[in-house]
Design a protein. Structure first.
Lengths: 244, 244
DNA sequence: GCATATAATTGGTATAGACAACTATACCGA
DNA sequence: TCGGTATAGTTGTCTATACCAATTATATGC
C-alpha cells in the first residue's frame, strides 16, 4: 500500500491526484515507454480506492495521449511526440513565449463600426449590430510577425476599451459570463501579402503570407470573437495536433 | 418509461444507444438549442438504467461539443457551428468529397529510398533505414489541387506496392497491427511554389501555396507516415477546430 | 416588499461489485 | 506437432448507492 501519496481529504479530487502520480511515474521512468502500467485492479489496491476511480484517471490520460489501452491485454505508455503542439486556444502572447520569443504589440486602430456582412454572419449578428474593431501589429523579439484584425460584438462586452484589450480578453470574458470559453473554428490559407500590409510587416509586396481566420465560441456556442491574422510566411509555421 | 427505445441485449453498449437517442432528439428539436435536457436522474428513470450509464453518454456528447454542463443548473444543448470542420484524420479523398468535389490521383513516382535526415528524424528511423517514397498529383474535379510526397518506413509495411497505395493506407495499417491509428502532428506554412511543382499544379511560378506537413502515429506513439502536401492557395483552405 | 434562511434539484465524485469480451498461457489428447 | 480447451488475467460495460458542491426555488421573518 502506497496510499500515503494521496490526500483523501484534499479539495483536489482523488482521480486528479492519481493522474498526477501516474504522470510523475512515467516521467521518472518507473513506467517505461511501450511497457504496460499495473492493471486497474492492482492500482486500485495500491491507492486503496475503487477501480472506477482509477479508471477515471486512466481515461483522462488516454484522452490526452499519454497512455493507450488494449482490451484483454493492459494499458501501455505511449511514445511521446517530438514536438508538442500548442494545446487548445492560445493567445499570440502565449504562442510566442512557447516558441522562446518575446512578444510585443502595437494598436493601430480601435473603434466601433458596423462590420462587413461576412463578418456579421460569422459572428451571428444582425446586419446593423456594432462590433469593436481592433487592428494590431504583433511583434516577436521586436521584429514584426503578424498583423491582426479583431472583431468583438459590442453587446458581448460593451465596457471594452483600448486599455482592457491589452490584457487577456479570454480571462475578461470568462469572468463576465460564468461560462467557460468553448472552442474555435479556424480557417487557414496562403496568399500574397496586401500592399497596405506589406509595409507594416516590413516585407516585399510579393511575399507570401499565412492567413488565419479564427472564430471563438463560448461553451453554449455563441461566438464572441473573430480574429483575422496575417503572418509573415518566412517567420511563422502553425503547428497543431489532430486526434482520430 | 420509454425504455423500449433501448435494446439491452444488443451487442451495442447501452451508453452508445443513449448517445444516439439524445442526438436524434436534438435533431428533432425535442431538445432545443440553448435549453436544458432532462436531468441525469430523470433520464436514468426514463431509460431504466443507472445514472452512471447516462452520465457516460452525456460525457461523450459534452466532449464532442454537442452539449455542455453547468453544475447545479443542468445540461444544455450547445449552438451548432456554422461550418463543421473535418473531424480527425482524413484522407485527401474524404476531404474533397466532403467539399463536394470528385477526387482523382496520379502517381508520379513510387520507389524505395534512404530518406533525407530530417524526414528520418521525424519518423524516428536510424539514418540508413529505408522508406517508400510516393509522389502523387491530387486533383479535384479533374483540376490539379495539390502535389503530395509521402514517406512510409519500409519496416512498417514491407509488402506495400504501387497498387496497395491506391486504396486506404489507414485501413491496411489498422488491419496489420491490431492497434488503432492514433493522432497526427501537422505543420502548416505559406510559401511561393517551387518551380518544378508549378507546372504540375498548373500555376504561375510566383504563385503562393499552402504547405502541410503531417506526421501520423499509431496509438502507441510510433510514427508510420509522413506526408508533405503542397496545395494551390487559390483553391484550398484548411479548416480545423480547436478545443480549449 | 425585501432580505434571509431552508429545502430541493442539479451535476461532481467515489464506492463495491458483477458480468462480458478479449488475450495469453498452459495443458491435454489425437 | 498440431489443435482444441481450460484457466487466469486484462479492459469494457453496467448497476445501485451515497455523499458533496453549486445553484435555484421556496418558505420564513421582519
Amino acid at each position: 500500500m502506497v496510499q500515503d501519496l494521496l490526500d483523501k481529504n484534499s479539495h483536489i479530487p482523488i482521480y486528479i491526484q492519481i493522474e498526477e502520480i501516474i504522470k510523475q511515474r512515467i516521467y521518472l521512468e518507473e513506467y517505461k515507454i511501450g511497457e504496460n502500467i499495473p492493471s486497474e485492479r492492482e492500482l486500485s489496491t495500491q491507492f486503496d480506492v475503487s477501480r472506477m476511480t482509477v479508471r477515471q484517471s486512466i481515461t483522462n490520460l488516454v484522452n490526452s495521449g499519454l497512455l493507450y489501452r488494449e482490451k484483454g491485454r493492459g494499458t501501455y505508455v505511449a511514445n511521446p511526440k517530438l514536438e508538442q503542439p500548442l494545446k487548445g486556444l492560445t493567445s499570440f502572447t502565449e504562442d510566442m513565449r512557447a516558441r522562446g520569443m518575446e512578444p510585443s504589440s502595437k494598436v493601430l486602430r480601435f473603434e466601433k463600426i458596423v462590420p462587413p456582412v461576412d463578418i456579421a454572419r460569422d459572428l451571428m449578428l444582425e446586419p446593423s449590430e456594432e462590433v469593436f474593431f481592433v487592428v494590431r501589429i504583433r511583434s516577436a523579439d521586436s521584429k514584426p510577425m503578424a498583423i491582426e484584425r479583431t472583431y468583438i460584438p459590442v453587446k458581448i462586452y460593451p465596457e471594452l476599451d483600448e486599455k482592457k484589450i491589452m490584457g487577456s480578453l479570454y480571462a475578461l470574458i470568462e469572468a463576465k459570463f460564468h461560462q467557460k470559453i468553448g472552442n474555435a473554428i479556424q480557417q487557414m490559407e496562403a496568399a500574397i501579402v496586401l500592399k497596405e500590409d506589406s509595409k507594416f510587416l516590413q516585407i516585399n509586396h510579393t511575399a507570401p503570407v499565412l492567413i488565419i481566420k479564427r472564430t471563438s465560441y463560448l461553451s453554449d456556442g455563441i461566438p464572441f470573437e473573430l480574429v483575422r491574422s496575417t503572418y509573415r510566411a518566412d517567420r511563422y509555421k502553425f503547428i497543431s495536433e489532430i486526434k482520430r
